[in-house]
Design a binder for this molecule. Structure first.
Ligand code: HEM
Ligand code: HEM
Length: 167
């Protein structure tokens, strides 16, 4: 049975979106300990004592992103997400949709890649994870600039609807 496409996001979708943003900012600011720990493990040494806590925090925050991203996907498929406002030109709406898909791929793929290296000992997964993080950084910047453009220049309700829930 198909249901009407919602015109906004639910409170759960909004809270999950911003919680993932906070976790990802944390990942970008605090990955030094994980890199130090990874260098040691890769060279066959024990995790340095001063890096253990930071490395565990990096893994835990990353797994939290994975869990929250899965819940978000579930909500997207069951509740749905609003379409781009009709005033948004078709090519821009398409770029925005592709960006959202890419963000989902990255927030699901990064923790899996990180875990493959850290828990699975798959060496090649580490540089792929680093590259993926770099891509996420730039895609997230593009996405945030798009949101600010919509709000301040195109004056659509796109940013507002990610702040104010629709029941
Ligand atoms: C969305 C979640 C995650 C983000 C955004 C993220 C981000 C990052 C970033 C920015 C780096 C530094 C890369 C570099 O400068 O080369 C890094 C390194 C690393 N991360 Fe993550 N990470 C995430 C999840 C995870 C998880 C869940 C694990 C393990 C369970 C993990 C394991 C690692 C490892 C082992 C490294 C060191 C790789 C290396 O130095 O080559 N990450 N991560
Ligand atoms: C790591 C950072 C981010 C990730 C991974 C991310 C991910 C996403 C995803 C996947 C969507 C699609 C809707 C959904 O399924 O929930 C979305 C929507 C949205 N995001 Fe982000 N986001 C990030 C940062 C930001 C930032 C910094 C802003 C604001 C400056 C922002 C503003 C928005 C807005 C306004 C929407 C709604 C777009 C629409 O309704 O068409 N996001 N985000």
């Amino acid at each position: 049975m198909s249901r009407a496409q919602p015109s906004g996001y639910s409170l759960a979708q909004i809270v999950l979106h911003w919680a993932v943003v906070v976790l990802i900012i944390f990942q970008f600011l605090a990955h030094d300990a994980m890199e130090k720990a990874w260098d040691a493990v890769r060279d066959g040494q024990a995790v340095p004592a001063d890096a253990a806590l930071g490395a565990n925090l990096h893994a835990a925050a990353g797994f939290a992103v994975l869990a929250l991203a899965l819940i978000r996907l579930f909500l997207r498929f069951t509740r749905g997400a609003p379409a781009a406002p009709t005033t948004v030109p078709a090519p821009i709406a398409m770029i925005s949709n592709v960006t959202h898909v890419l963000l989902y791929v990255l927030i699901l793929g990064l923790p899996i890649g990180g875990a493959a290296a850290w828990l699975g000992g798959v060496g090649v997964a580490a540089p792929v994870h680093g590259l993926g993080a770099e891509v996420l950084f730039w895609v997230a910047i593009l996405h945030a600039l798009g949101a600010l453009y919509e709000h301040f220049i195109a004056k659509t309700d796109v940013l507002r609807r990610m702040l104010k829930p629709q029941a």
